[in-house]
Design a protein around this ligand. Structure first.
Ligand code: COA
Length: 260
């Protein structure tokens, strides 16, 4: 697959999507969001892919936000259209049935931070910087930041980040639960691949059930979430992998999952 703003590669069940506008700090314009939807649609429907990684080219940034040059002359109708394009990509990535890891080496600002929030896990370099600087442009976050950031780290810290527009460093992001892990810059991709390889060895359909149940916890009330957990767990029992997992335990051997 060839894209004008992304790179895509696939190896050993792991898909790696790389944002590729380094000269613009990977600013996210409508072409990027359209291509992100396309590539993740392919990933979702590719049975060879078990885990996806989202990363970015260049030294400085994962993504420095939605493309200000593109938004600068938009009116309310155009921005609404742009935001629909953003939502189509973001919501699809968030709901992907496969685990997604964001690998963040530098700035993850505005839409860049919001895009990482659509992923399941975030691993970053000690040099990463996060923020929602839209307030300094006379805007508020428009790619899910007021919602997904708030659900992840709580209203008080979310308000602090969005109201001030100040960046936070990697250690603070870890403390807030915004990222799962911080590593030395030179270890970043190695560590992300180790996580991806570990997840690729689990049962894909069972991971999808875990993801659906957890996302329901984030998006709804406790009873709805517990009902979803019960149904998802019951569905696990319809898989060969569930039988294999329990048989392997009883036979004191390592389970070999077939993603069925
Ligand atoms: N949209 C469009 N272009 C962007 C961009 C964005 N969000 N962020 C950076 N760029 C472009 C710059 O315009 C510049 O392009 P140019 O070389 O053609 O002038 C290039 O990327 C490099 O950015 P620059 O600002 O020169 O890098 P820096 O190292 O001095 O500063 C940042 C880095 C991240 C602090 C700064 O680029 C920045 O504040 N970006 C905007 C962040 C933001 O407000 N995001 C929310 C958008 S809604």
């Amino acid at each position: 697959m060839t894209y004008s703003t992304l790179l895509y590669e696939k190896k050993d069940g792991i898909a790696v999507v790389t944002l590729n506008r380094p000269d613009k700090l990977n600013a996210l314009n409508s072409t990027v969001y359209t291509e992100l939807y396309d590539v993740f649609f392919s990933i979702e429907n590719d049975p060879e892919v078990r885990v996806a990684i989202l990363t970015a080219a260049g030294e400085k940034a994962f993504a420095a936000g939605s493309d200000i040059a593109e938004m600068q002359n938009m009116g309310p109708l155009e921005i609404q259209h742009f935001m629909a394009t953003i939502r189509k990509a973001s919501d699809f990535i968030y709901a992907l049935t496969k685990p997604m890891i964001a690998v963040i080496h530098g700035y993850a600002l505005g839409g860049g931070c919001e895009l990482s929030l659509c992923c399941d896990l975030r691993i970053c370099s000690e040099k990463a910087r996060f923020g929602q600087p839209e307030i300094n442009l006379g805007l508020i976050p428009g790619a899910g930041g007021t919602q997904r950031l708030t659900r992840l780290i709580g209203a008080a810290k979310s308000k602090e980040i969005i109201y001030t527009g100040d960046m936070i460093d990697a250690a603070t992001a870890l403390e807030l639960g915004l990222v799962n892990k911080v590593v030395a810059p030179e270890k970043l991709m190695e560590e992300a691949m180790a996580w991806a390889t570990k997840l690729a060895g689990k049962s894909g359909p069972v991971l999808a059930m875990a993801k659906m149940a957890i996302n329901t916890a984030v998006d709804s009330d406790l009873t709805t979430g517990l009902n979803m957990e019960t149904k998802c767990n019951a569905l696990c029992f319809a898989t060969d992998d569930c039988k294999e997992g329990m048989d392997a335990f009883m036979e004191k051997r390592k389970a070999v999952f077939k993603n069925k």
